[in-house]
Design a protein around this ligand. Structure first.
Ligand SMILES: C[S@@+](CC[C@H](N)C(=O)[O-])C[C@H]1O[C@@H](n2cnc3c(N)ncnc32)[C@H](O)[C@@H]1O
Length: 275
């Protein structure tokens, strides 16, 4: 281990040591243990999303939650999601089901119109070399990788036994984001946690992305359609949003469950640049 990583580790330990016993409610120990194992190794927004989903599920007293990556390509992100979920599953003592969705061998197909940013993405890139092999390898890690167009395959999430707690959208195109937004709008609130972290990869990273095209357009259309669900931004830097399900039972009854999860504190603990 290099001197720099030893220093980072010591600083992380110091930060974790400062967490008061009630800062994360009854989950404080689980949060500390998970962050100790995950902080340097994996993508911060993925760790953040799974952590928020796990804390929510734990507080709700349910047996677990499901996490999904739309747009898998060669599986780097899905691999990370599976490893993060494994650690969080054991530290929190809940079940986390992992799903991935992708076109497969074709990679990106043709764009439909300007809303997909044809000036940015190239059809034929991000192809999966051996989709069947990948499905099998992920199955061995208890990850369901579903091959096909998301327009047709997303309905299999209706049968997910655990409510969706974290959604990653990395499908590049507006026309591929639309069915995901449609599903998030139509699915009964029992299939979702009350506030679902949503990671959107292609919102602000490139200059030509806009409010009127790509993923941002899909979010804006979502927000215009109904009052009972809205998507809002939580972290600019980590492109983290929340799908707020105002129609969720937990947000419509007087109950003793507190969902006051402080994502800014979690970011401070996870962000290596802060050390
Ligand atoms: C940028 S890559 C994903 C990278 C991956 N998330 C990672 O971090 O390793 C985008 C992927 O979205 C997939 N995709 C785009 N539109 C799709 C659709 N309608 N149905 C299924 N897959 C789609 C493409 O096949 C491509 O592999």
């Amino acid at each position: 281990m290099s001197i720099a990583s030893i220093i980072k580790k010591l600083l992380l330990e110091q930060r974790l040591g400062k967490i008061g016993s009630d800062q994360y409610g009854p989950e404080t120990l689980a949060v500390k243990n998970a962050i100790r194992k995950l902080a340097y190794r994996y993508r911060t927004p993925y760790v953040l999303g799974v952590l928020i989903a796990a804390i929510t599920a734990k507080r709700m007293g349910i047996s677990g939650t499901s996490v999904v990556e739309f747009g898998v390509a060669r599986g780097e992100g899905l691999n990370e999601l599976a490893s993060i979920s494994q650690v969080i599953q054991s530290t929190f003592g809940i079940k986390i089901d992992v799903y991935g969705f992708d076109w497969g061998a074709s990679g990106l197909r043709e764009t439909i119109d300007f809303r997909d940013h044809p000036e940015m993405w190239k059809p034929g890139t991000y192809c999966m070399e051996s989709p069947n092999e990948m499905v099998e390898n992920f199955r061995k890690r208890n990850v369901s990788l579903v091959i096909g167009d998301i327009h047709n395959t997303i309905k299999c999430l209706d049968k997910a036994p655990l409510p969706i707690g974290f959604v990653i959208v990395d499908v590049d195109y507006y026309n591929s984001t639309v069915p995901i937004m449609e599903w998030l709008l139509q699915t009964p609130s029992t299939n979702l946690l009350p506030a679902v972290p949503l990671y959107l990869d292609d919102t602000d990273s490139l200059f030509a992305l806009s409010e009127y095209t790509g993923q941002k357009l899909a979010i804006n259309e979502f927000n215009q359609r109904v009052e009972f669900r809205k998507i809002d931004k939580k972290s600019e830097k980590y492109r983290l949003y929340a799908v707020n399900c105002f129609d969720h039972t937990l947000r419509n009854t007087i109950n003793p469950i507190r969902l006051d999860i402080n994502h800014r504190n979690l970011i401070q603990l996870l962000d290596p640049k802060q050390f």
